[in-house]
Design a protein around this ligand. Structure first.
Ligand SMILES: [Fe+2]
Ligand SMILES: [Fe+2]
Length: 267
């Protein structure tokens, strides 16, 4: 029988200083239904150390491996490094930032990502210096994602982002804010390395699922979206990634047969 890793995926918890106890029912349901939790950024609301401490205390009751990336809200108070450190120290969260980790036979590559828009209408590096700096930030996040993906050698591989890599999972948001919800620059390394699945948050009113141009499944697991779409179920998804097959070559995947197939089992 094929062994699978059950990944509980959720983003946009937006923990505040008054959230103490609020996540306990959610985390106990996750603990009963998954082998690992992947947290897709906006873990705190204002990016303060106080909020991070409250979330870390809540998360410490969850006895699963925890992998995360930060989101834009986690940067609001210029304390992102401290927020990540608190989550690691108190709750054992592995915070990925252009880095990779193997958990129970499946590889996780993570980066926050950035904005800039999608396809031919994406913002280009041209004109004023602030525009160039903005585009540079998106390119740097794309390079971080690429270098993290390049480190993985497991057949089952998961990419974790906060920002969306494709337009498909932001559809449904006001069209005026599409360029602030993600960037096609993040899709390029995903199409080259073809992880089993991609998880992201940030687009609270987007779509649940989409595909990259190379057919990689993308899941938007923003908590407000899951809550709205599945009002009768706990707001997280469990996605199974088989722990089987041959490890990919060190070069990016260009054909079929080397990556595991993900299956969404809930909500
Ligand atoms: Fe958010
Ligand atoms: Fe966000």
């Amino acid at each position: 029988m094929t062994r699978v890793l059950r990944i509980a995926a959720i983003g946009d918890l937006h923990c505040t200083v008054s959230s103490e106890g609020a996540f306990q029912p959610l985390f106990s349901q996750i603990g009963a239904s998954a082998d690992v939790i992947a947290l897709c950024g906006d873990l705190t609301d204002y990016g303060t150390v106080s909020e991070a401490r409250i979330l870390a205390k809540e998360l410490s009751t969850l006895k699963l491996p925890k992998v995360a990336v930060l989101g834009n809200h986690d940067f609001e108070s210029m304390a992102a490094t401290e927020v990540a450190q608190v989550l690691t120290d108190i709750a054992g969260v592995i915070v990925l930032d252009g880095t990779a980790v193997e958990v129970l036979g499946v590889g996780f590559a993570g980066a926050k990502g950035f904005a800039g828009g999608f396809g031919e209408r994406a913002l280009q590096s041209w004109g004023e210096e602030p525009i160039k700096a903005f585009v540079r930030a998106a390119i740097e996040e794309s390079l971080k994602l690429e270098s993290a993906l390049a480190r993985l050698r497991t057949p089952g591989r998961v990419a974790i982002l906060h920002y969306a890599p494709i337009r498909g999972t932001v559809d449904g948001e006001p069209v005026e804010i599409y360029p602030f919800l993600g960037s096609s620059r993040l899709e390029e390394p995903l199409n080259r390395y073809r992880p089993s699945i991609v998880l992201h948050g940030h687009a609270h009113r987007g779509q649940l699922e989409g595909l990259t141009a190379a057919g990689v499944p993308v899941y938007n697991v923003a908590l407000p979206l899951l809550r709205r779409r599945f009002p009768d179920q706990p707001p997280f998804r469990v996605i199974e990634v088989p722990v089987v097959g041959e490890a990919p070559d060190s070069a990016p995947s260009t054909g079929e047969g080397t990556v595991a197939v993900a299956r969404s089992v809930s909500p």
